[in-house]
Design a protein around this ligand. Structure first.
Ligand code: AMP
Length: 249
């Protein structure tokens, strides 16, 4: 069985992002970029399926600029066998990514595609669902456990008040939640090995996909600045402020 893991290059989660002066978006010039954290979990899940003998081949796929090759190398260092970059300088929205991934799925014919539940830059939480709809495949979102048993994937999801277990007939789409696993530490020998693993570079044109936008961003704003905190002398002063200034008690 082949497993595809989708990985997105995003601004590292430790970076304090700044909005561009013209409010057209977030400034990503000279900012540390990393693999989307939920995608590290997706790759780790795919590699664990291979280690358990449930998967034979793990392919990591990314859509974006040439620098996404670096993100794919990280996926290869975690343990993916091969990388596929769909290279474009167009700013991609979830529907465009889903269409590109569908084209890659049609070429690669995986039994399972694992994506992150959300990209931490756009917080869209859409790509996996759109890909499932475009392919007409079953999907399980926000997976906290995945088991593959023959032609069925059993996926556990944390829902209000408990755990839901779904049985999906393969091929299927799964999106990874935080508790699915803790991705392994990438070691130097594995980084070196990853440099020799194969990477294919495709283009949207070659896949017959128009990656253009369907949505227009009107503006991006910084959140309103918060008023600085104050220290009060004692409990009586605190109660007085809560009652008379904040008017919350
Ligand atoms: P989103 O719908 O943008 O929140 O992204 C959900 C998931 O879709 C991510 O965690 C990735 O697994 C996948 N994804 C989104 N954008 C890309 C991309 N440009 N290349 C590869 N995978 C992506």
């Amino acid at each position: 069985m082949k497993v595809l893991a989708a990985v997105k290059r995003v601004v590292d989660y430790n970076v304090n992002v700044r909005v561009k002066a013209d409010q057209s978006g977030v400034d990503i010039g000279n900012v540390k970029m990393s693999m989307n954290p939920f995608d590290e979990i997706a790759v780790e899940a795919a590699v664990r399926l291979k280690e358990q003998g449930a998967a034979a081949d793990v392919v990591a796929v990314s859509c974006g600029t040439a620098s996404s090759q670096e993100t794919l190398r990280t996926a290869l260092a975690i343990g993916a066998d091969r990388g596929v970059l769909v290279q474009t300088d167009v700013a991609l929205q979830p529907l465009a990514v889903a269409k590109l991934l569908r084209a890659v799925v049609q070429q690669e014919q995986p039994a399972l595609v694992i994506l992150g539940k959300q990209a931490i830059d756009d917080d869209a939480c859409q790509t996996g669902q759109m890909l499932a709809a475009l392919l007409g495949w079953p999907q399980a979102t926000n997976a906290s456990a995945i088991e593959v048993d023959g032609a069925v994937a059993r996926v556990t999801r944390e829902v209000d008040g408990g755990l839901e277990v779904l049985a999906l007939t393969l091929p299927a789409i799964v999106t990874a939640d935080l508790r699915l696993n803790e991705p392994r530490y990438v070691t130097l020998p594995n980084i070196m090995k990853a440099k020799k693993k194969p990477m294919d570079v495709l283009t949207p044109e070659a896949l017959g996909v128009d990656p253009g936008s369907r949505l227009e961003t009107l503006r991006v704003e910084e959140p309103a600045a918060r008023a600085p905190g104050v220290k009060v002398a004692d409990v009586a002063a605190l109660i007085d402020k809560l009652k008379n200034e904040a008017k919350v008690i």
